[in-house]
Write a protein that binds this ligand. Structure first.
Ligand SMILES: NC(=O)c1ccc[n+]([C@@H]2O[C@H](COP(=O)([O-])OP(=O)(O)OC[C@H]3O[C@@H](n4cnc5c(N)ncnc54)[C@H](OP(=O)(O)O)[C@@H]3O)[C@@H](O)[C@H]2O)c1
Length: 218
């Protein structure tokens, strides 16, 4: 892997979250590869984001990037892990997923056990040699867009990792999204930063917070 300034990042899945993450990176001049199962969608988005964004197929994006943001629904992550297992060895995988699905009351229900987290479940099926960070999923897409590069004080994005060797890259990615990073601990803390968790916008946190506010919550 190249040093931090030059590591390549790809966003896979260009829905609500993937588009905002790619847009935040592009606005902050961090080159970003965009990929989706529909290449046309990636080409269109890259055209809107300008020269810092480049569209590729999912397999080419994984081959080329060092950091892969899996901006797809929780259940699709393990499909991608399985399908691209060999290519994902050695990559840093960023998991923003929340283990939820729409219910018939217009809300969302958790689709795994009450005390389970997507972070730990995804860690258990991680391709060999890949490294996982739970990050970029603690705010809704609208807030992730609106609170990026906030002045005069940045908002926080929490993250969780077991492998400390990737923290610098994860923090740089969060900074390049226009937020300040704050590690909550290992992947066993993921539940706190997923939907319904005490550090999630759609949980007890309720909103984007500054570093000082975030440290008080920790
Ligand atoms: N939305 C939020 O506010 C929010 C906030 C925090 C975290 N998250 C998490 O972020 C993730 C993405 O959420 P979202 O709201 O952005 O979802 P979304 O708008 O439905 O976008 C998901 C994207 O992933 C693509 N996709 C689905 N399965 C795929 C696969 N197997 N391979 C490649 N691409 C695939 C979809 O393509 P198609 O259009 O072809 O289906 C779509 O472009 C979820 O895990 C969610 O829990 C979302």
């Amino acid at each position: 892997m190249e040093n931090s300034a030059n590591t390549k990042v790809a966003v896979i899945g260009l829905g609500n979250i993937g588009r905002v993450v790619a847009g935040n990176l592009a606005k902050n001049n961090r080159p970003v590869i965009v990929a989706d199962r529909n290449l046309e969608k990636a080409t269109l988005l890259a055209g809107q984001l300008g020269d810092t964004a480049r569209p590729l197929s999912i397999s080419d994006a994984i081959k080329e990037a060092d950091i892969i943001v899996m901006a797809v629904w929780f259940n699709a992550i393990k499909e991608i892990f399985y399908q691209y297992e060999a290519l994902l060895a050695g990559k840093i995988i960023i998991d923003p997923s929340n283990p939820i699905a729409p219910n018939d009351k217009g809300g969302f229900d958790k689709i795994i056990g009450e005390n389970e987290s997507a972070g730990l479940i995804n860690a258990s099926v991680l391709p060999e040699g890949a490294k996982l960070a739970k990050a970029l999923g603690t705010l809704g897409a609208a807030t992730l867009d609106a609170a990026a590069n906030q002045q005069p004080e940045s908002s926080v994005l929490f993250y969780a990792t077991d492998d400390l060797s990737i923290n610098e890259e994860v923090e740089k990615l969060i900074l390049d999204n226009g937020f300040v990073p704050l590690r909550v601990g290992g992947l066993d803390q993921s539940i706190r930063i997923e939907v319904f968790g005490d550090l999630h916008e759609f949980g007890a946190l309720g909103k984007a917070v500054t570093l000082q506010e975030a440290k008080e919550k920790l």
